[in-house]
Design a protein around this ligand. Structure first.
Ligand code: GLV
Length: 293
């Protein structure tokens, strides 16, 4: 996270604000009203008495929720789309095209000098299952739907006005997985989503399905996912997020040739968009709104 970019954006849109950077503050008695944080230390919250709201400078609040002194009575805001949607969409499109248009095969064939065009069905005939319909999941799903792809969504609660089929609840998950030729993980890390894709559920995916994971890694039983890829029940995986990050050097994902590992870069927070959202939320609070996310 580029702190300089945030300070520049804050100063640009909010020139009169009293801004302190926590790492630079040596005295322990300073008090903030609005804390903008990304994976802060617990210590940050130990002496705060004037907090009005905490803003997480990312979409996922899992790191923050683990802190024991995170004040329970102060509203916590997270980034919604905030300019990250297009990045996430590009990441997902890369995985769809890489595997769906057989670029993985052509890349392998190149090393052997093999000229072997493969007949293939249109990607539009394949079902793309989006797990997680939060702001980023909806952005990706709606965009792909608008591009003519065959989309279905699954999430914890039903969302209004989505132009593609959606299902909700654990009881519908196996059916959803069974129809997903491409499975896109955009779920957050919560107690309910931990290892939700275990060995049994991963086996429900159709043969040759592709997994694209860019929400949180803890939703997979990684050992089970690896097995499905080693046995070629699954065709391939593009993975950006992992149960432990950085992905440990000895982790077998690194060496598995039908997995592409990327270092949590799918959708970096966009400082300008993030600060605009935070400022709009602060204005809303100051004007007496009570919109919580
Ligand atoms: C990044 O992982 C985020 O939560 O925004």
């Amino acid at each position: 996270m580029d702190q300089g970019a945030y300070l520049a954006a804050l100063q640009k849109y909010c020139p009169y604000a009293d801004i302190r950077v926590w790492q630079d503050v040596v005295e322990t008695n300073w008090q903030a009203e609005y804390a903008l944080v990304w994976k802060p230390e617990n210590e940050l919250f130990q002496h705060q008495q004037s907090l009005v709201a905490v803003f997480n400078l990312g979409a996922g609040i899992d790191a923050l929720e683990k802190l024991k002194d995170l004040p329970q009575d102060v509203p916590l805001y997270k980034l919604r789309e905030a300019g990250m949607g297009q990045w996430m969409l590009e990441y997902v499109l890369y995985g769809l095209i890489h595997f769906g248009r057989h670029f993985d095969r052509y890349h392998r064939h190149q090393t052997a000098g093999r000229w072997e065009p493969k007949n293939t069905r249109s990607l539009r005939e394949k079902r793309i299952g989006i797990l997680g319909l939060g702001p980023l999941g909806q952005y990706v799903a709606n965009s792909l739907h608008d591009m003519g792809y065959n989309i279905a969504g699954w999430s914890r609660s039903l969302k209004n006005d989505l132009p593609f089929p959606q299902s909700t609840g654990l009881e519908s998950l196996n059916g959803f997985l069974a129809q997903s030729h491409f499975l896109v993980n955009l779920l957050p890390a919560t107690d309910e989503t931990f290892h939700i894709l275990n060995a049994d559920r991963l086996m429900r995916l159709p043969r040759d399905a592709v997994v694209i994971s860019c929400g949180r890694g803890s939703i997979f039983d990684e050992h089970a996912l690896l097995l499905q890829l080693q046995t070629h029940h699954l065709r391939g995986a593009l993975l950006d997020v992992f149960e432990h990050e950085p992905l440990p050097i000895e982790h077998p994902f690194w060496k598995q040739d039908n997995i592409i590992v990327t270092p949590h870069i799918a959708a970096p927070t966009q400082a300008d968009d993030a600060i605009k959202q935070v400022l709009a939320d602060i204005l809303d609070i100051e004007l007496g709104g009570d919109q919580l996310y």
